[in-house]
Design a protein around this ligand. Structure first.
Ligand SMILES: NC(=O)c1ccc[n+]([C@@H]2O[C@H](COP(=O)([O-])OP(=O)(O)OC[C@H]3O[C@@H](n4cnc5c(N)ncnc54)[C@H](OP(=O)(O)O)[C@@H]3O)[C@@H](O)[C@H]2O)c1
Length: 307
């Protein structure tokens, strides 16, 4: 079995060692070495010429959960399944990160930090939990993990997706028709949507206006789902209380971007849930073994939907 491996550049050797350990009988070529027709390609944000030089025969594995970069490559071969990572150690990280952001908003730690800077001792009245709805945009592998992580805290949980979800303790909203009612009672909005034609620019002025006054936005999905100027305007006019942002339209975030120094923005450098090499390789190797046995695998991307 021939495998082409094109992982993030600075992690090449760790990926190679892990994959060789998991699939000892495979012949692995590390990009830019490339057999013309490998059985499988394992790629992360591949260069445009990769699929001109190598035409994987059986499957292309995306070494992350989001596939928008891969699907945008014109030379991506048709007729070969594209398979993405599912959880692979990211779900627990995402649960931690979002829980931290939601609790920080609920317990108003930013307001207390401002009071501390001003030397002011002033307890704030507690926020009634039933009034603090947490809305999760995207209720897939990671959205569900976030709902599970938040469940013990007792917030009303709501999820927005394309198909109706049946998950105990989570109210399901579907499609554009129900977006308004989803947003209207969402005090902490968590974005875990894929970046697709449908979702890019979704969080704009109208969406922020539909949130209740004082809401907090957490974007851990992709930067292009948010319209930056609209988010800044909604924060500046006091409609939104804060934003926790892990992902940006341009990464690294350019030094002059207003998010860097905005007093109501907390940002991290796309670090909310990183791909864990060992977990990812175990998952991919397991799926390769299943495919070799002619068995079905999960995580196949629907190219028409874009995720
Ligand atoms: N910041 C980070 O470090 C990091 C790490 C990993 C992943 N991510 C991002 O997180 C995203 C989600 O990952 P995942 O594994 O949870 O994906 P997933 O399992 O594919 O879930 C996607 C969810 O979004 C919903 N959805 C898609 N398009 C929609 C639309 N137009 N309207 C309403 N709902 C829509 C889907 O609805 P259905 O359930 O109806 O299909 C599904 O619930 C990834 O695409 C990636 O961009 C970020």
């Amino acid at each position: 079995m021939q495998i082409l491996l094109q992982p993030p550049r600075d992690e090449r050797h760790a990926w190679l060692a892990a994959l060789a350990g998991a699939l000892p009988d495979a012949a692995i070529s590390l990009w830019p070495d490339a057999p013309a027709t490998p059985d499988y390609a394992l790629v992360w944000k591949p260069p445009a010429d990769l699929f001109a030089r190598a035409r994987p025969a059986k499957a292309i594995f995306n070494l992350g959960a989001g596939v928008e970069v891969l699907l945008a490559i014109p030379a991506l071969p048709d007729g070969v399944p594209v398979i993405r990572l599912e959880d692979a150690g990211m779900a627990a990280q995402m649960g931690e990160y979002v829980t931290l952001a939601v609790l920080r908003a609920y317990r108003e730690l930013d307001a207390y930090a401002a009071q501390q800077r001003a030397g002011r001792w002033q307890p704030r009245p507690p926020i009634a939990k039933p009034a603090f709805g947490v809305g999760i945009l995207g209720f897939g592998v990671l959205g569900r993990a976030v709902a599970d992580a938040l469940a013990p805290f007792g917030f009303p949980l709501r999820a927005w997706s394309l198909s109706r979800q049946r998950s105990p303790g989570v109210e399901s909203f579907v499609g554009r028709a129900e977006l308004g009612s989803f947003l209207a009672a969402t005090q902490a909005l968590v974005c875990l949507l894929p970046s697709t034609r449908e979702t890019r620019g979704l969080l704009d002025r109208a969406a922020f206006a539909a949130l209740p006054r004082g809401a907090h936005v957490v974007n851990v999905a992709r930067g292009d789902i948010v319209v930056d100027e609209d988010l800044i305007a909604a924060l500046d006019c006091g409609h939104l209380a804060g934003a926790t942002l892990d992902v940006f339209r341009t990464e690294p975030l350019p030094s002059g971007h207003p998010f860097w120094h905005h007093p109501q923005v907390t940002l991290t450098p796309h670090a909310s849930a990183v791909t864990l090499i060992e977990d990812a390789v175990l998952q991919v190797a397991g799926k390769i073994r299943r495919l070799e046995r002619g068995e079905p695998v999960t995580g196949i991307v629907d190219r028409a939907r874009g995720y």
